[in-house]
Ligand binder design. Structure first.
Ligand SMILES: O=C1O[C@H](COP(=O)(O)O)[C@@H](O)[C@H](O)[C@H]1O
Length: 247
């Protein structure tokens, strides 16, 4: 397994900028190799700045949007216009402003959201029943202060899912259902980038990158793509105990 890499940058703005540069490179590589760029967006608070940066020059002009297919890592159980919707956040910050080739939202409001999204992935990637999970070119992820990523929360049975690509676990601490890509899909991604900003994330980041012996791995640390995940964190988030981490 390739170990995770950590890039420490000054602040939330620098996290967004570094991630945008990585995204431009991943997109160029994907389009050169396969003619399309498949991207999974993260929800939550941290990636909004990245999306806003990508929607404006110079980044807007550096991404081959007309070859970009946008997917989502997770979604709340709400309709697309709800203030909690990951899709709405991404649409307002980015998708309304760039000419993407395709947007594949998770229908969080639909009780069959997971089955429908798995079918959508299967159809778009042209994978027959029983085939291996899709290989996204880039999956963007966040880190919750509790160590969750996408909607894979600590203690969730969804973390042990090996067959389904998308599941809708009930998250007891939220008292609601979430829909999320599973580890088999996230681990197949050609590149995975975690965006982490703010001191409240420092203990989780430290535990994810440098777990104490015998520590139960946090959900975010269980994402282990073949090429190793890149963690981009600001100084406040990277100030936790346990370093030095692989850089
Ligand atoms: O990967 C993700 O992480 C977040 C945690 O995000 P935060 O920046 O709001 O703390 C998660 O809740 C989100 O839905 C997800 O895609």
């Amino acid at each position: 397994m390739t170990p995770p890499r950590l890039r420490r940058v000054r602040d939330a703005e620098a996290v967004a900028r570094a991630a945008a540069e990585e995204l431009v490179l991943a997109a160029a590589r994907a389009v050169a190799a396969r003619g399309a760029f498949t991207l999974a967006l993260a929800g939550g608070t941290t990636p909004r700045r990245l999306y806003a940066l990508l929607a404006a020059e110079p980044f807007r002009g550096r991404v081959p949007w007309d070859r970009t297919q946008v997917f989502f890592g997770d979604e709340r159980p709400v309709p697309p216009d709800h203030p909690d919707s990951n899709y709405r956040m991404a649409r307002e910050a980015l998708l309304d402003h760039v000419p993407v080739a395709g947007v594949h939202r998770i229908r969080g409001e639909d009780p069959a959201a997971a089955e429908r999204y798995e079918e959508e992935l299967r159809r778009w990637f042209g994978i027959p029943p029983g085939g291996a999970p899709p290989r996204l070119d880039l999956a963007l992820l966040g880190l919750g202060a509790d160590g969750h990523t996408a909607s894979l929360f600590p203690g969730s049975l969804a973390l042990d899912e090996r067959v389904r690509w998308v599941v809708s676990p009930f998250v007891a601490r939220l008292g609601s259902r979430r829909t999320t890509l599973t580890l088999p899909v996230l681990d197949r991604a050609r590149a995975v980038i975690f965006l982490v900003s703010g001191g409240e994330k420092a203990p989780a980041l430290a535990r994810a990158l440098a777990p104490a012996p015998g520590d139960e791995p946090l959900p975010a640390a269980r994402v282990q793509p073949a090429g190793g995940a890149l963690w981009i964190a600001d100084h406040a988030a990277a100030a936790g105990p346990g370093g030095p981490w692989p850089a």
